[in-house]
Design a binder for this molecule. Structure first.
Ligand SMILES: Nc1ncnc2c1ncn2[C@@H]1O[C@H](COP(=O)(O)OP(=O)(O)OP(=O)(O)O)[C@@H](O)[C@H]1O
Ligand SMILES: [Mg+2]
Length: 436
């Protein structure tokens, strides 16, 4: 790669909008600028007020542009919320030239996404779990392998179309083009997980303001994704109600003195609780604050534990869990998570970028930085596919047509062969009928 490219991640969260500008070159990603603006336009990860959200996006983009000294036109935007679902699918395709190419992989993934989805939902991601080439299974990257038949098992991430459209609409109202809409924990995972962790099995838990997002990696691929509609804002609301103090003060108390594990707080420690409705501030034991916080945090981690158990993959998470998102900044969070999840837990902060990294060093920037990394990967993959898909002139297009014909012939051969092998599979017959 000789030139540099600008990739911008736009994390539209329940509490804040972060715009992160990255410059991509042969050496990796350099963070050039960041814009962080509080946002009140979302509820539980989903846009609920377009105008407020648009205003925060415009301000965040403006701040990031000024810092980076570049004009931002295109962004990779995040999406979350309890409308997100994960379902399994599979696909099969003939290998065109006896050796699996990136185009073959694209084609088999296209096949895997061709399943009925509710009219009000759309597919966000097709995430390969494993490939098979002829009779060999468990393959991570089949490109370059010899064979005639390529199969894939995938997880499909689907989202409510209206929720995705609202994210896109908000960005477009700021004059931006959305290159892609990305599941937020998928972006966070790009920023905080190592390849080793993904390989040996890991859970990433992103505790934001409105949602807690869970993603499981097993054998290097994504095995489960779900979103729990509770996060740091629930903790703040509990504090406000329990100590009868305004939400703003409850948030301040949580950030300055909050602790997720009551036993980590000394009996003599005190906090000052501001009064509400003209009442005087009063002193209270810090333990009172942690007694309010602890049950809510316990509830969130207990739901996570149950979700993990329900997938049947608990034993496969050898690297344990990585917690990220602004909600984990509270003292005692990783210790409490270890206790409830019964596995090693570490704090996940963005890694793998250069430049002004001190501005994106906290776990609350995992999604924003991860969106830039996701965008950089997407550009690299598009470039790898370019020779056939984009650079085809007239002669090229004729060659593609001939290639497609050859492929169709070959596919027919393979299909005949497979029909004999798998006559009993109803699903396979459906695929056959749809494809031919
Ligand atoms: N120092 C801190 N101590 C405790 N909690 C904190 C701290 N800093 C931020 N938080 C909490 O983190 C949460 C916000 O995290 P984050 O910025 O990751 O959320 P978001 O991306 O806006 O929301 P979501 O991802 O749920 O849509 C808030 O609930 C906030 O109170
Ligand atoms: Mg978030």
């Amino acid at each position: 790669m000789e030139t540099t490219e600008i990739v911008v991640g736009l994390d539209i969260g329940t509490t804040k909008v972060s715009a992160v500008v990255g410059e991509i070159d042969a050496d990796g990603i350099t963070i050039l600028g960041v814009g962080n603006v509080p946002c009140r336009g979302l509820r539980k990860g989903v846009v609920s007020n377009i105008d407020w959200t648009v205003r925060s996006i415009a301000e965040a983009i403006e701040a990031a542009q000024t810092m980076a000294g570049v004009e931002i036109r295109t962004v990779y935007a995040g999406v979350a919320g309890s409308h997100i679902r994960c379902q399994q699918s599979d696909g099969v395709a003939a290998v065109s030239g006896g050796e699996v190419t990136r185009q073959d992989v694209e084609r088999v993934l296209e096949g895997a996404r061709a399943i009925p989805v509710d009219a009000d939902r759309q597919i966000l991601h097709v995430l390969p779990r494993e490939f098979t080439v002829d009779n060999q299974d468990g393959i991570r990257d089949p490109v370059g392998m010899s064979g005639v038949r390529l199969g894939v098992k995938v997880n499909l991430i689907t989202a409510a179309t209206s929720c995705v459209q609202n994210v896109v609409r908000c960005a477009e109202r700021c004059g931006l083009t959305v290159a892609d809409v990305v599941l937020e924990p998928l972006a966070s995972a790009e920023a905080v997980l190592s390849e080793d962790e993904k390989e040996i099995g890991v859970a990433i838990i992103d505790i934001g303001g409105g949602t807690t997002d869970l993603l499981l990696y097993v054998d290097g691929g994504i095995a489960h994704a779900s979103v729990i509609p509770a996060g740091g804002n629930n903790v703040t609301a509990d504090i406000a109600a329990g100590l009868r103090t305004p939400m703003g003060e409850a948030e301040r108390l949580k950030r300055n003195a909050g602790c997720a594990l009551g036993r980590m707080v000394g009996d003599e420690e005190e906090i000052e609780v501001p009064g509400v409705g003209g009442h005087m501030p009063r002193k209270a034991a810090r333990r009172v604050l942690s007694d309010i916080i602890e049950p809510r945090v316990e509830e969130i981690f207990a739901v996570i534990r149950k979700r993990i158990e329900d997938t049947g993959m608990l034993e496969q998470l050898s690297a344990g869990a990585v917690v990220t998102g602004g909600g984990v900044l509270m003292e005692g969070m990783t210790e409490f998570a270890e206790e409830i999840l019964g596995m090693p837990v570490r704090l996940g902060v963005p890694v793998g970028v250069r430049g002004i990294t001190q501005l994106v060093a906290g776990p609350q920037y995992a999604t924003g930085v991860g969106l830039v990394q996701y965008g950089a990967n997407a550009l690299a993959q598009a470039r790898a596919l370019t020779p056939v898909t984009l650079d085809a002139g007239h002669a090229g297009r004729a060659e593609i047509r001939r290639e497609k014909l050859r492929e169709r012939e070959l596919r027919r051969d393979v299909v005949e062969e497979m029909t004999i092998e798998k006559r009993s599979s109803g699903r396979f017959w459906n695929w056959l009928r749809a494809a031919f």
